[in-house]
Design a protein around this ligand. Sequence first.
Ligand SMILES: [Zn+2]
Length: 94
Amino acid sequence: MLVNSKEIVLKELLDRYIPQLHMKCTCRVCKNDVLALSLNRAEPAYVTDKKKVAYAKAEMVDKQKNTALLVILAESAAIVSVNPSEFCETREGA
Ligand SMILES: [Zn+2]
């Protein structure tokens, strides 16, 4: 098993902080776009077993480590809000 633990952590942070990100649209497509942008910008942290994923998740309670990821999420959310994907489910005139 090979997993980018950042993917799991960023997913959790996105779900937890979505009200604070003030996204124009929070459909499945826009949320995935924010996640993809964020993952491209965050340093990947691959792990090879489930225990290490659990450890990475446990580290999320460490607010200092989260701050950098939350900044990345906020910046990505702003980009997607300004420029939503053509596949956005609520995009007008699509
Ligand atoms: Zn959308």
